[in-house]
Write a protein of this length. Structure first.
Ligand code: NIG
Ligand code: FE
Length: 408
């Protein structure tokens, strides 16, 4: 076999194997190869195995220095494009104010929408780049970024344009999602907005290829499941995949809707109970949990352990955003999922790689197997578990995307 590059000196290569957003035990298996090597050809993994088993020819060899390697992390849920800040909310919450009450009184997400409206797409992209860089330094090689801080068709299209501009300024693979976040306060405007989203925004975003999926925030302070159903239908008619913010504070039908529509993922799930867990487990929809929110808002963690035990495929994301999760590390999200959601280290690795890729509809990232993208992180130490053990320090020494070192 001929390769462009051979990475040797890998103390442990830890990766989930097997493609696809499947539920069940097979998706939780992590293979750890000791004294491993990876061969790369044309930006893809050509071969992985024990270094002593390599018999091919590589144009270049790089020694990882007896360090552990994991697949590039996939962050399946961020709101990395925003303007302004939510420091006043944070301070108010620290002394007793509540996230939902701040939102209901016109602050929170609504204040970020006002600040974001005042910025151009170029300014928004410039603001997003250092956030995406931080995620990359933590080991992320694929990052989903949502719109959603717009209240008009034009504002949402501007946000998607900002996501694309930012994508052109970083090496990470960026996956843009159209998010319909919160409704106008006035009931008439609310109905009109749903119509405009269905008739103008979704078809335009799909026609211009600005997003691959659409997301709706189903919550008491946001959209009802019935309103979301209308918007998901329109998205599916336009060929977009769908996903939902569901059961963050109240289980009001978001999970059931997502499962019924064949959503790629239902995200949050802090308020999900036994019925929602069973519904997700019986489906191919990924359960994306966001422990940064539980930490930052002090709300109950999503039932990660119960979801996995019931047979659901769980992914973990940062939910990087100014209001509910200022978490700039994909690795730390996994570390928190172990502490807060009861995931085992191997389950957290699966959740932050292959399952997260499935939550984005991507089949060729999140695993180190022949035919997958050669996206990986070389860790500081020799044991891959440090990825999910370490808190508050960066454990990704090098980050590689498509067989090219982009950090380190
Ligand atoms: O995923 N809950 C809805 N949306 C975001 C929060 C956005 C914000 O607070 O600015 C979330 O938690
Ligand atoms: Fe979110």
């Amino acid at each position: 076999m001929k390769a462009d590059l051979l990475i040797t000196g890998i103390s442990q290569l830890a990766t989930a194997t097997g493609a696809g957003p499947k539920r069940g035990a097979e998706m939780r298996a992590v293979t750890v190869i000791e004294h491993a090597a990876i061969a790369v050809a044309s930006g893809e993994v050509a071969w992985v195995g024990k270094a002593s088993d390599w018999t091919g020819d590589a144009a270049e060899t790089v020694d990882a220095g007896d360090r552990a390697v994991v697949p590039g992390l996939v962050d399946p849920h961020t709101h990395a494009v925003w303007a302004g800040d939510r420091l006043a909310d944070f301070e108010a919450r620290a002394t007793g104010a509540n996230y939902e009450a701040i939102l209901a009184s016109g602050g929170g997400i609504r204040s970020t929408i006002r600040d974001t409206a005042a910025a151009s797409a170029e300014e928004l992209a410039q603001l997003a780049v250092p956030r995406l860089e931080a995620l990359m330094r933590s080991g992320a090689t694929t990052v989903e970024v949502k719109s959603g801080y717009g209240f008009t068709v034009a504002a949402e299209l501007k946000m998607l344009q900002a996501v694309w501009l930012a994508a052109g300024m970083v090496e990470a693979r960026i996956v843009p999602t159209l998010l319909i976040h919160i409704p106008p306060v006035n009931a008439v405007e609310r109905t009109e907005y749903v119509a405009r989203v269905c008739e103008e925004l979704i078809p335009e975003a799909a026609r211009r290829g600005l997003a691959t999926a659409m997301d709706v925030f189903v919550e008491r302070e946001a959209w009802s499941a019935a309103e979301a159903a209308q918007m998901l239908d329109a998205a599916q008619r336009s060929g977009l995949a769908v996903k939902l913010h569901a059961d963050q504070f109240h289980a009001i039908g978001g999970v059931e809707l997502g499962v019924r529509k064949g959503a790629l993922s239902v995200d949050h799930l802090e308020a999900s109970g036994p019925e929602q867990i069973v519904a997700i487990a019986a489906s191919r929809t990924i359960a994306t949990i966001l422990p940064g929110v539980s930490l930052h808002l002090g709300t109950p963690p999503a039932p990660g352990r119960k979801l996995i035990d019931a047979g659901a495929a769980v992914a973990v994301g940062t939910d990087l955003n100014p209001g509910s999760s200022p978490l700039f590390s994909a690795a730390e999200a996994l570390a928190l999922a172990v502490r807060l959601n009861g995931l085992a280290p191997q389950e957290a690795l699966v959740a932050g790689t292959v399952n997260a890729a499935c939550a984005l509809g991507l089949a060729n990232v999140g695993r180190l197997e022949p035919g997958c993208a050669a996206d990986f992180a070389v860790l500081e130490g020799g044991d891959w578990r440090e990825l999910v053990y370490t808190l508050g320090a960066n454990v990704a020494r090098e980050v590689w995307i498509a067989g090219r070192k982009v950090r380190g």
